[in-house]
Design a protein around this ligand. Sequence first.
Ligand code: ZN
Length: 178
Amino acid sequence: MAVLAIRTFGDPVLRSPATDVQEITEIHQRLIADMFDTMRDAPGVGLAGPQVGVMERIFVYEASEDDSGVLINPKIVNRSGETEIDDEGCLSLPGLFYPVERSTSIVVEALDEKGEPVTIAASDYKARIFQHEIDHLDGVLFIDRLTDEDRRDALRALRDQALGFPSVPVAGHGEDTF
Ligand code: ZN
């Protein structure tokens, strides 16, 4: 078991788009195992490559006890017009929870850990995790998707954290960290 260091806000890897995995090697098999260990240790329900400094399009998720997996080179090929607003947190932005609007249902095409193509229709919580993690692969953070007021609040809390001030309580606490 290996728990990797999770990069946090301010680290430029979180703002750089990741590139497609060209070939799935033994190094990726080890990375996937380590990413699961890191996600479960945190604990979180999703973890993307850039969050552990790997600039490849890969993420792991655990939507529930019996629904976990890894997606490589994921692409959203369809999304519902319907959206849903719910609280999100991020392992790379510890302590912040804010409501984010996401598509209720999406269809994702990707490769599994063996390199086999998979198509997954995800809705609700799982769709939210996938959209959050795919954003990470594009260098997008959930604070980019907040209302102006919440974003100002989040950036103020992050600035205070960086300066070493005690964490300011923020509106909308939740438990789910992606
Ligand atoms: Zn995140």
